[in-house]
Design a protein around this ligand. Structure first.
Ligand SMILES: [Zn+2]
Length: 208
C-alpha cells in the first residue's frame, strides 16, 4: 500500500514537472523572501528597504540597451551598476545612474530578478499614483525587453501573465486595478511600456 502511494506521488511529481515545462501548470512557481525561485537571480545593489513594507502597485516598463537592440548583457550590467559606458555611444547618459527593477522579461520569455519584491527597487523615479507620490515605496517594477513601438513577443505575454498571477497571490494588496504603466504614474516624463503594449490582452487574460 505504502509502495503504491509512493509510486503515485512520484508519478504526480513527474506529471507536474512535465506540465510546468510545457508551460501549462504554475504549480512549481514559488517565492522565498521575495525572490521567485524560477527567475534567473542577478542581484542589484540598487535597492533599499520599503518604508512601510507595503506592496500594492505593479508597474510595467520597457527597456532595451542600446535602444531597439535585444539579447545583450547591458541591462543586467546597468542594474548591477557595472555598465561599461564606453560600449556604446548612447550609454554616456547612463554613467553613474543608479537604477533597478524587480524583474526583467526578455524577448525569449526568460525572467530575470534583480531585487527582492520585499525591498524597494529604483524604477519609477518621480511618480504619483492616485495622489500618492514615490511609487517605488509600494510598487513592484517589471521591465519588458522592448520599445514603445515594437510588438512584444508571445513568450513575454505568457510569462508576464504567469508572473502577475503569482504576484497577485503573493501580495494580496495587489489587484488588476492596481497595475499601471510607467507612463501612467510619470506622465509627460515617461512613455513606457508604450503603444506597442497590448493592455487589453494582458488585463483581459488576468480576468479569464
Ligand atoms: Zn520605465
Amino acid at each position: 500500500m505504502l509502495y503504491a502511494v509512493y509510486i503515485q506521488s512520484v508519478k504526480t511529481a513527474r506529471v507536474k514537472r512535465f506540465l510546468y515545462w510545457a508551460g501549462v501548470c504554475d504549480v512549481q512557481w514559488q517565492f522565498t523572501s521575495g525572490w521567485l525561485k524560477q527567475a534567473r537571480r542577478c542581484e542589484s545593489p540598487h535597492f533599499n528597504a520599503r518604508p512601510e513594507a507595503e506592496v500594492s502597485l505593479l508597474v510595467i516598463h520597457n527597456i532595451s540597451l542600446p535602444a531597439g537592440c535585444f539579447g545583450l548583457p547591458y541591462i543586467d550590467a546597468l542594474f548591477q551598476g557595472c555598465l561599461d559606458v564606453q560600449a556604446d555611444a548612447s550609454f554616456a547618459c547612463l554613467a553613474d545612474l543608479q537604477v533597478s527593477a524587480h524583474f526583467l522579461i526578455r524577448r525569449d520569455g526568460e525572467i530575470v530578478q534583480y531585487v527582492s519584491c520585499d525591498d524597494r527597487a529604483w524604477h519609477a523615479g518621480l511618480s504619483s499614483f492616485q495622489g500618492r507620490e514615490n511609487c517605488n515605496d509600494f510598487a513592484i517594477g517589471i521591465e519588458l525587453e522592448g520599445t514603445d513601438e515594437l510588438a512584444y513577443t508571445e513568450q513575454q505575454y505568457l510569462q508576464l501573465d504567469r508572473l502577475t498571477r503569482q504576484l497577485l497571490q503573493e501580495y494580496p494588496l495587489l489587484s488588476p486595478e492596481r497595475i499601471v504603466g510607467h507612463s501612467d504614474i510619470a506622465p509627460g516624463r515617461k512613455t513606457d511600456p508604450g503603444a506597442s503594449f497590448d493592455w487589453h490582452r494582458y488585463l483581459g487574460g488576468l480576468a479569464g
